[in-house]
Design a protein around this ligand. Structure first.
Ligand code: SAH
Length: 222
């Protein structure tokens, strides 16, 4: 065969493409085997539209409609790994369901995943996808996640998958003692990933991780 820079790689079947993605993530700092195994199991191509499927196992964010994105696998891996480190987390709240991919990765590891989305069509589509894939430990709400979901609180972990300039107070209030919140903090487009730990006495301790780029957290429903 003639090697040319225009030669196209044969499209990989999802299983091998996913294995290659997992190897990439391992090399980029996702070291928790529970997270790598979860990413290795969740069929990311089921969460994007037909026309995007061929790119589903690239390590990039992709459009999912409604001006929103499916998060980059590396960021999903790092956020999940950070959330579940140091203590068992049985009940986790996710703000920003989007297409439901991050919720599926969480559900592979955590007993109960509660997820909120403010855009109705995305919430409905995510429910449909996750039901079809057989996830029974994800509980959905269409609503504004800035107020959290008090009815099921407290949570051992809260993951916010949209960026905001401030940490919504309702979310830290719904965190259990010993619980952890992970979210992108900062203005639109460029944020720091921050980790907030709630101490036994209720005090909040913050540390900053890497820079990330998320769509903004928006108040109200759409
Ligand atoms: N978790 C997704 C990423 C979704 S992008 C994944 O697995 O790929 C972020 C999502 O947060 C968008 O769907 C957006 O509509 C949603 N969002 C933004 N502000 C919100 C809010 N206040 N409450 C709930 N969802 C919100």
């Amino acid at each position: 065969m003639i090697a040319s820079k225009h030669a196209t790689r044969a499209p990989l079947l999802p299983d091998s493409a996913r294995r290659r993605l997992v190897d990439d993530l391992r090399g980029q700092g996702v070291t928790d085997e529970r997270v790598l195994a979860a990413i290795g199991r969740v069929p990311r191509h089921e969460f994007v539209s037909e026309g995007m499927r061929w790119r589903a196992y690239e390590n990039t964010a992709l459009p999912i409609g409604q001006a929103q994105t499916i998060s980059q696998p590396l960021v999903v891996g790092l956020m999940t790994q950070t959330l579940i480190a140091d203590a068992p987390r049985k009940r986790v709240l996710e703000v920003g369901t989007g297409c439901g991919y991050q919720a599926a990765v969480l559900a592979e590891i955590i007993n109960s995943v509660f997820t909120i989305e403010r855009i109705k069509v995305l919430s409905m589509q995510a429910r449909e996808t996750l039901r079809r894939l057989g996830y029974q430990n994800i509980i959905f709400q269409y609503g504004d996640g800035m107020s959290g979901w008090p009815g099921h609180s407290p949570y051992d972990g809260i993951l916010v998958t949209a960026g905001a300039p401030e940490i919504p107070q309702a979310l830290t209030a719904q965190l259990a003692a010993g619980g952890r919140l992970v979210m992108p903090l900062g203005g639109s487009g460029a944020q720091r990933l921050v980790v907030i730990d709630k101490q036994a006495d209720g005090r909040l301790q913050r540390r900053d991780l890497s820079g990330v780029s998320f769509v903004p957290l928006v108040a109200g429903k759409a």
